[in-house]
Write a protein of this length. Structure first.
Length: 116
């Protein structure tokens, strides 16, 4: 098995606004159900939602700025790390994600193994 990272972008509802409306609550429940299923199957390694605020540290001078300041649909709102036999299986697993109901995006990236 290999590890893959799902990076979530966009969507109308997120963990930080999960209590704002009935649709947001239903969406959060769909996420919990989906992730629980992945966990039961031994697919889910880890994952967390991200707050919409933060800091960026840039360049050789390590300039610190508030951020991220990108279009909402492009901001990474969370991640999961999953186990799959290859990227094609990781993509198939991703198709059950509730982010698509919210018209969001999911990027599938292989986790590179580091040799020490």
């Amino acid at each position: 098995m290999e590890k893959f990272m799902y990076l979530f972008r966009g969507g109308d509802n997120h963990a930080y606004n999960a209590k704002d409306s009935e649709s947001a609550k239903k969406n959060m429940q769909a996420w919990m159900t989906w992730m629980g299923g992945l966990q039961q199957k031994g697919i889910l390694v880890s994952g967390e939602p991200l707050q919409p605020t933060g800091k960026q540290v840039n360049g050789t001078k390590k300039l610190v700025t508030d951020g991220p300041f990108v279009e909402a649909k492009e901001m990474v709102s969370g991640f999961l790390i999953i186990n799959a036999k290859d990227i094609n299986e990781a993509v198939e697993i991703s198709k059950g994600c509730p982010i698509f109901v919210e018209n969001g995006m999911l990027e599938v990236r292989p986790v590179q193994k580091m040799e020490m």
